[in-house]
Design a protein around this ligand. Structure first.
Ligand code: ADP
Ligand code: MG
Length: 262
């Protein structure tokens, strides 16, 4: 395919994710309503909101785990297909873009029969065609980066929840993503393990990784976010710096939500 750039859909170089008037329904249920959001390269955007407000659906749209019906969504300048587009094809190009988007879920989803290092190395070997020796050397460096060098040969069942989630982050990083999406990465963890996962994320932010993070960890959000997005019933009700959202929310609903979680 010729990479023809259509001006109307081309985003500026420093915007990695551009979302405009995005609408997403599950059947008759309208989940995301006219969502507008641009994420700059190196930016950390934290998404907050009540359960069921559409946070997961929004970030799942960004890597096409969910398809949207209307609006515009570009990632790395590529127009992510709508539901109707997906029926037509273009899977190859989509697959290429998705490889640049890392995702970490609440559940770690590690391969239970594989050691930590193999969990991290498997996708580079299978998907990117890396040589196993090289992929494992890289995996070991990534495990070191998340503080797990000494646990590289353990199975997931021999690791704590916090350690498993750090392996999951290393596994995402192994694909050299341009952006990382986190969907409540610490919600399934015992409280004493939350900090070690947030520390890894904090370090990624410091290194300039672009991140979209759904979390209920408001202290972390305040500290790490460049911008905080408050979603209410599928609409972005408010967006601003942590100080703007946490200290001076303009909407009553934002205040009510914050008073419940802070
Ligand atoms: P959040 O992450 O903010 O808790 P979600 O994005 O998971 O919210 O869900 C938003 C709404 O969409 C909820 O009402 C949820 O029940 C609904 N929903 C999510 N996924 C599906 C699905 N696959 N099919 C139908 N409804 C869904
Ligand atoms: Mg969710």
């Amino acid at each position: 395919m010729n990479a023809i750039q259509i001006p109307a859909v081309t985003t500026s170089r420093d915007v990695i994710v551009s979302i405009a008037r995005l609408n997403k329904s599950f059947g008759a249920f309208h989940v995301l309503k006219d969502v507008d959001l641009d994420v700059g390269r190196g930016e950390v955007v934290v998404i907050i909101g009540a359960s069921g407000s559409g946070k997961s659906t929004l970030i799942r749209c960004v890597n096409s785990l969910e398809m949207y019906q209307s609006g515009r969504l570009t990632v790395d300048g590529f127009n992510m297909p709508t539901e109707a587009d997906r029926k037509i094809g273009g899977e190859k190009e989509l697959a290429r873009i998705r490889k640049g988007v890392g995702m970490v879920f609440q559940q770690f989803n590690l391969f239970p029969h594989m050691s930590a290092i193999d969990n991290v190395a498997i996708a580079p070997i299978r998907v990117r065609g890396r040589k196993p020796d090289e992929a494992k050397a890289t995996a070991l460096r990534l495990l070191e980066r998340v503080g797990l060098r000494d646990h590289a040969h353990k199975l997931p069942s021999q690791l704590s929840g916090g350690q498993q989630q750090r392996v999951a982050i290393a596994r995402s990083l192994a694909m050299e993503p341009h952006i990382m999406l986190f969907d409540e990465p610490t919600s399934a963890l015992d409280p004493e393990m939350v900090g070690e996962v947030l520390d890894v994320m904090r370090e990624l932010a410091r290194e300039g990784m672009t991140m979209m993070i759904v979390t209920h960890e408001m202290g972390f959000a305040r500290e790490v976010a460049d911008r905080v997005v408050y979603i209410d019933h599928g609409r972005i009700l408010e967006i601003g710096t942590p100080a703007e959202i946490f200290d001076r929310p303009t909407h009553e609903r934002t205040r009510t939500f914050l008073s419940r979680v802070l």
